[in-house]
Design a binder for this molecule. Structure first.
Ligand code: SF4
Length: 316
């Protein structure tokens, strides 16, 4: 899987002062499963070290780029290198982008906008982020600052791997039967994000309008990628866990049933992390060969070594 990442997060010494902002989760944990495509529109435009730039409000409620050394055509230079970096990303089978927070180029909702009087006004997307969002509207994107939150981190990684899974599925020249199987395998993960949209997706697969398979797949892709961008919650996960428990309730003993429901209850009350009731369900599904559960992506949405569901704070 390829992910585009702000070069400074990868340890490249390209920040304005010649330093870097290496992020261990990105380089070490994610690095086990992804190849990175680095970008840095500022380094490409001005080299390193360089004067700092900042975003200043304009009269149309937007902003322009100002350099601390008074250089006048910084905006044009940056727009040019932004386009070069965008093209580089587009040329690769990218499954997501991770940006460096607070940067006027790379901040995702965290770039400071200054008033013309020099005071900061509000936060917005940096210039490069804005262009990425326009070019790749459904691509998973996050910034490293937000990835310190276990809940946002888990949701983003889940989205990233689901997006990758769909792209690989699409490339496998699937049939309608394959799409039905793909959809079934995502049932609980999608329900944990948006039950209403999940049902809408089911109607697309049902194909009551007798569309061609290409049209169905296109519609499916749009809704699927929209749902996986949503965040799950403890309440929604709890519903899904109860639903999954229904698949083993006639096979397990009374005591096992009590223990399972106690763990789901403890998860809902933030006493144990999601991995606790999930592991128990997984074990029952394996013991009693409940294939429908074993095939669920919700049980294994990404490599278990990332251990993101072991953190009690990964639920909100
Ligand atoms: S422009 Fe982006 S990639 Fe380059 S140093 Fe700044 S934050 Fe890092």
């Amino acid at each position: 899987m390829k992910i585009a990442v702000s070069g400074c997060l990868l340890g490249e010494e390209i920040r304005f002062n010649g330093g870097h902002s290496q992020d261990r989760f990105v380089t070490q944990s994610l690095g086990e499963y992804a190849q990175f495509v680095s970008f840095c529109p500022e380094h490409l435009a001005f080299g390193t070290p360089r004067s700092t730039v900042r975003l200043v409000e304009d009269e149309n409620d937007g902003y322009y780029i100002q350099s601390s050394d008074g250089e006048v055509d910084v905006m044009d230079k940056l727009l040019h290198t932004n386009n070069i970096e965008l093209q580089k990303i587009q040329n690769e089978p990218i499954r997501g982008i991770i940006f460096k927070s607070k940067s006027p180029s790379c901040g995702l909702g965290s770039a400071l906008i200054y008033r013309t009087n020099g005071y900061s006004k509000e936060k917005d997307d940096g210039l490069f982020v804005k262009m990425c969002k326009e070019r790749f509207p459904l691509l998973p994107m996050e910034e490293e600052g937000r990835l310190n939150d276990p809940w946002l981190r888990e949701n983003f990684i889940m989205q990233l791997f689901a997006y990758d899974d769909f792209e690989n599925f699409k490339a496998s020249k699937p049939t309608m039967k394959d799409l039905v199987a793909f959809h079934q395998s995502y049932k609980f993960m999608l329900q944990a994000k948006d039950e209403v949209m999940y049902r809408r997706l089911g109607r697309i697969v049902g194909n009551h309008d007798k569309l061609s398979f290409d049209e169905i797949l296109k519609k499916y892709e749009h809704v699927f990628k929209t749902i996986i961008a949503e965040k799950s919650s403890i309440a929604k996960n709890r519903n899904v866990l109860e639903h999954m428990a229904g698949f083993v309730k006639d096979k397990i003993s009374k005591v096992e049933k009590e223990m399972l429901h106690e763990q789901i209850h403890d998860y809902a009350n933030k006493i144990v992390p999601l991995i606790a009731p999930l592991s128990r369900l997984h074990m029952f599904a394996k013991k009693y060969s409940v294939e429908y559960l074993l095939n669920q992506k919700f049980l294994h949405p990404y490599p278990k070594e990332l251990a993101l569901r072991s953190d009690i704070k990964s639920g909100k």
